[in-house]
Design a protein. Sequence first.
Length: 340
Amino acid sequence: MTTVLVSGASGFIALHTVQELIKQGYTVVGSVRSSEKGEYVKKASGNPEKFSYEIVKDIAEEGAFDEFVKKHPEATVFLHTASPFHFNVTDVEKDLLQPAIRGTKSALQSIKDYGSNIKRVVVTSSYAAIASAEMDLKAGKEYDETSWNDITWEKALENPLLGYYGSKTFAERAAWEFVKEQNPNFVLSTVNPAYVFGPQPTDDFNSEKLNTSSEIINAAMKLLSPSADVYPVNASAVDVRDVAKAHLVAFEKDEAKNERLVLITGLFTQQDILDVLHKKFPKQAENVPVGTPGSQKEEIKTRCTPVNDKTRKILDFPLISIEQTIADSAQQIYKVENML
């Protein structure tokens, strides 16, 4: 099996992808920001003999991935997952926009210059590059693999959330423009997941505070008063395990060449989380708010309709249900907290 390079290998999606790659027989080399993160990924990879790592401290630096690519001429695939995803920023342009764009362009340039054997490149983008927050709330409107977020640079600077939308949109556009202008020796595909949640890659985590996307389930589980206010959330979502598998499809299948794979299982609300907790874990969730069962059907009427028929045909595997994702995530947290 070939060797796959994975940037940002310690990330939530990336580590799940590393595990899936190794499970399927690939050898993986990851880029991480520190040896501590590298050792963590190695331990969590499922087979430490099939994983090694290189240090890339700042993906936004020019030539950041040059040595990473140079050192591994045996690699034929590059998965670029590294990109900032957090909302605790003081300078949106410096902390979100520039690192995402520069990191993507830097990776592609390094591959073009030094990765002559790399034939397939996958960039982890997002549904945020498909539709803006405003577009997403247009009830009845359909968006698919050809749709683009219409966010402007000025709009993206307004706050960290819009900055995240902008970072994914501008970085992905930069990737496609690079391929069009540079005509490199590799074929590009992108994976565009919606809100990604699901179990952590290992049980070795602090349940007091999870990564940004997974915290929503954890937070609901910590509402230990039946009368506590329930934060209104409704969004398109997908299981991280399916996102990991999609990264393999993106470089393994010819049908995925030059395609954007939009990963969405369905819509979910905070009420869906509460319903699953009470249904699957009645004892552990006895003090968690019940909310208003059934209200989610009205909530999701306010949202657009994501269409990813083309992606599902290319993937050719069933996506994990939202209910199963919530249940598996909650079970893992309760297990770590010794509540099962």
